[in-house]
Design a protein around this ligand. Structure first.
Ligand code: HEC
Ligand code: HEC
Length: 277
């Protein structure tokens, strides 16, 4: 960290260390479109053309999620300016580059996001960095607005905070259950009733919350776990990540207090609810 940064940056750094996110000091609303400064920065990025060619039909020319094809979809494409990424393998709610590449390469089958087998590894990486840059510029716009007229906070400081905001932590280690682990439906059911049923319902149909909203205040549905449609992936490792890391931007928070063994019991219980063994 450079010298001379004010308390704001220190707060950001502490937030990162403790898992508190900057959302607590800045709430983003889709009403404010990207600034001209942000759009100019984006236009010089090497991912600009690629994005326009492959992603803009759904995610919109500027990445705001309102492309011409979006209305035909049953799931809204992500608004990269204002929404968080949901499929993460870290505990600070920020995806790793690999998380993003996976979403782009394989798509999100039950989320109406197509796979992109035609893109090279380099193109995938460029696109992952491009959409992360959109997120960063989205945060920067908010920070600039919030700290307009604040003489103690320099533009460099705001830039630095925006970088910190989109920096992932180390991904969690998803080790297979230790030897001696026994899948036990009764334990799974108890853990589920205590930690999950308040939203997903005891039967898993996702009907326990009255009018749930996402971070933007838009209606969202709690996933019906009996449908077998896992947008983040049905592999046990993926379900483990959803439970341990949460689904950022939605009411589902990270289950940090559970042990690995408890999370594994829940993974298998969720698979059981979905009729998979
Ligand atoms: C046919 C429409 C469509 C196209 C084309 C499309 N997407 Fe998506 N994308 C979606 C939808 C819908 C979602 C939301 C999926 C969900 O919520 O599960 C999404 C979600 C995503 C996510 C979210 C992952 C997360 O963690 O939240 C990423 C990353 C993404 N798209 C990147 C891209 C990129 C890059 C391209 C261009 C190569 C692209 N998409 C092209 C429809 C599309
Ligand atoms: C506060 C409400 C809430 C609680 C508590 C909660 N969830 Fe969720 N969960 C949600 C919402 C909302 C979604 C859908 C997010 C979305 O639309 O992207 C979700 C999504 C999921 C998914 C992702 C499915 C997919 O499509 O990939 C899994 C798995 C899941 N929850 C399991 C659990 C388990 C297991 C627990 C208990 C440890 C739990 N949830 C606790 C609200 C909750």
């Amino acid at each position: 960290m450079k010298r001379g940064y004010g308390p704001l940056l220190v707060f950001a750094a502490i937030g990162l260390a403790t898992g508190i996110t900057l959302s607590q000091i800045a709430c983003r609303t889709p009403a404010s479109g990207p600034s001209t400064a942000a759009m100019n920065t984006l236009a010089t990025h090497e991912g600009y053309e690629l994005f326009a060619a492959h992603c803009a039909p759904c995610h919109g020319a500027t990445g705001g999620g309102r492309g011409p094809a979006a209305i035909a979809l049953s799931v809204a494409p992500r608004d990269f300016w204002h929404e968080r990424f949901r499929y993460v393998s870290t505990l600070n709610g920020v995806p790793t580059e690999e998380d993003l590449i996976q979403s782009i390469r394989y798509g999100r089958r039950f989320g109406e996001m197509p796979a992109n087998p035609q893109l090279t590894d380099t193109e995938l990486r460029t696109l992952a960095r491009y959409i992360r840059e959109i997120q960063r510029l989205g945060w920067l716009d908010v920070l600039r607005e919030e700290f307009a007229g604040d003489e103690d906070t320099s533009p460099d400081e705001l830039e630095e905070i925006s970088h910190i905001r989109v920096r992932p932590r180390e991904p969690i280690h998803v080790a297979r259950p230790e030897r001696g682990f026994r899948r036990d439906l009764d334990t799974g059911r108890e853990l589920y009733a205590a930690n999950c049923a308040s939203c997903h319902g005891l039967t898993g149909r996702g009907d326990a919350l009255d009018k749930p909203l996402d971070e933007q205040g838009k209606p969202i549905s709690v996933r019906n776990l009996t449908s077998g449609e896992f947008r983040g992936g049905a592999k046990v490792e993926e379900i483990f990540k959803r439970i341990r890391c949460g689904v950022p931007g939605t009411p589902m928070s990270a289950a940090v207090a559970l042990t690995d063994e408890e999370v594994w019991q829940l993974v298998y219980y969720v698979r059981y609810l979905a009729g998979r063994t």
